[in-house]
Design a protein around this ligand. Structure first.
Ligand code: CU
Length: 544
């Protein structure tokens, strides 16, 4: 193993540790919000609720997820396509993402960007926040380019072969991401000149539509990262296989095609959008659920086949056959269980009439915590227990602590998210620091749920501290082979006899074109309608 191979992974290791840092800092502010809403502590003077809410959202939803997913996608690509490669590209992309993150974080913490993680206009942040966010995105584009470049290099000697499955998953995820992030880059094209004072006002509706063109596929960027783990890393843990190579590729292609043309389901309550488009995006939203159902089927079928290979039959035997004492398995597996709640809530949110009941309530917050903090974060954390030893050449520190960490997270998230959903049905608002409304009776109804939210949040925070102990402990351990930080890893192989993969699935270019066509078809109408209306240009607001 050459020093070059090891060197090219150092930026990935630092990326994963950066994600861990974002998690532990970002979560602390989340915990304090839960306490503040439960009236358990009076927030300290420095705790400016909305500023800290912005830090929490940006660090958890944008930074933790992005650094982890770029790390694992690059790692999978590097390991599945071993080759002498330049270490520079990975470092430059990591540095660009890091600089962007620091710019955004410092701007928020200094009180100049209290715009929450959706940075909705007409709230106006300091330009450094928008530049920082843009740099973060540009850094991810460099990672996407690196993955595609490695495929192009590999293809030269493997003309008639299918791209290794894990690399395929990473590549399709990043092609989807390229298409989706065009929306946020276009939005920045409006926000940056406005924040610099070059334009007098902003077309609020236009920026929001650009945001959600990006904002929904953003969550699928994370989900695809989790699915990459479920299909390629998880099966080895229970001595199983990926159910089918072709089916996995089809799932990823469907996510590529259907993640973008759905964003208006986040704008159901916006009066400037005709109900036609809201209905269209409702239909496509139910479409994007299909590859997730396929995944649920494929994963459980793979569990069953693994149990049958050991002569075990039936539901109970299949479940007990799984390695419930292995944190690399329990992280993603418990995340899958939480995804059942997330899927149920998602159906409510995507249905226009039911969504109007839960709109702007803490139900929505419960929904995205049980999804981002469920299948996504728990899969990332479980995979980290596999990834960090591979990246550092050290054995996992305190594996039992790692195991209990995943269960603790699961229980904490279950309590917190169910309480949030329930409080939302009672009418408790989101994005509000003080929800007792001076002791109003209606508000007293959801106080027990606020206490439960704080209890769940506390368990989650303890779980995150346990994760940090394992991550730091692993880093500080002696190397298993001093001087050689290279531990071999294995990716899952397809179930024997599951059939061959049609070559057409590997034609990235034409699928990307089809994805763009679908995105244009879904947005041409709403954008045309917006642009044909009179644009009320709003001046910037600083409400803090
Ligand atoms: Cu969405």
């Amino acid at each position: 193993i050459s020093a070059c191979l090891v060197g090219s992974e150092m930026c990935i290791r630092d990326s994963v540790y950066t994600a861990t840092g974002a998690l532990v800092i970002g979560a602390l502010f989340g915990l304090l919000q839960a306490y503040s809403r439960a009236d358990l502590v009076s927030a300290p003077a420095w705790f400016d609720y909305y500023r800290m809410l912005t830090v929490h959202g940006v660090l958890m939803a944008l930074v933790f997820t992005t650094f982890f997913i770029t790390g694992i996608a690059l790692f999978s690509t590097y390991r599945a396509i071993p080759r002498e490669r330049s270490v520079a590209w990975g470092w430059w992309s990591f540095l660009l993402m890091l600089i962007g993150t620091l710019m955004a974080a410092v701007t928020i913490l200094s009180g100049n960007a209290t715009v929450l993680y959706t940075f909705y206009a007409p709230l106006k942040a300091h330009p450094a926040f928008y530049f920082g966010a843009t740099f973060l995105v540009l850094g991810t584009w460099m990672v996407g380019y690196e993955i595609l470049e490695n495929i192009a290099w590999w293809k030269r000697d493997h003309r008639d072969e299918r791209v290794p499955l894990v690399v395929y998953c990473a590549a399709v995820t990043f092609i989807m991401w390229f298409i989706a992030t065009l929306g946020v880059v276009a939005e920045m094209g409006l926000l940056i000149p406005w924040s610099l004072g070059w334009t007098s006002g902003i077309n609020v509706m236009l920026t929001r539509m650009f945001f959600w063109y990006f904002g929904h596929p953003l969550v699928y960027f994370w989900i695809m990262g989790a699915y990459l783990i479920w299909y390629n890393i998880l099966p080895k843990r229970y001595a199983g296989h990926t159910l089918s190579d072709g089916l996995t590729r089809l799932v990823f292609l469907m996510l590529l095609l259907l993640s973008t043309p759905v964003g208006i389901h986040h704008e159901f309550m916006e009066p400037a959008i005709a109900s036609t488009w809201k209905f269209l995006h409702t239909i496509t939203t139910f479409g994007v659920a299909v590859p997730s159902f396929m995944t649920a089927f494929a994963i459980f079928a793979s569990f069953e086949l693994a149990a049958r290979a050991r002569g075990k039959r039936g539901f109970i035997a299949t479940v007990t056959n799984l390695p419930w004492g292995d944190p690399v398995f329990t992280g993603p597996a418990l995340g899958m269980l939480l995804f059942i709640i997330g899927g149920f809530g998602g159906v409510v949110n995507a249905s226009y009439a039911m969504d109007s009941l839960v709109h702007n309530t803490i139900w929505i917050v419960g929904h995205f915590h049980v999804t981002v903090g469920g299948p996504v974060a728990l899969s990332f954390i479980g995979a980290a227990y596999w990834l960090v030893p591979a990246l550092t050449g050290r054995k996992l520190f305190a594996p039992k602590l790692a195991l209990w960490q995943t269960y603790m997270w699961f229980v904490g998230m279950l309590i917190m998210s169910i309480a949030m959903h329930w409080a939302g049905l009672l009418g408790s608002p989101r994005r509000t620091s003080e929800v007792t409304y001076l002791g109003a009776q209606a508000a007293a109804a959801w106080h027990p749920e606020m206490i439960a939210t704080a209890i769940g949040g506390t368990l989650l925070y303890i779980s995150i501290l346990m994760f940090v102990i394992v991550a730091v402990g692993t880093r500080l351990r002696n190397q298993t082979e001093p001087g050689l930080a290279y531990t071999p890893v294995e990716f899952a192989t397809p179930q024997p006899g599951s059939g061959t993969t049609p070559p057409v699935l590997d034609h990235f270019g034409r699928w990307a074109v089809l994805a763009v066509v679908l995105a244009l078809a879904a947005y041409a109408g709403p954008f045309t309608e917006l642009l044909s209306q009179h644009a009320y240009l709003a001046p910037g607001l600083r409400t803090w």
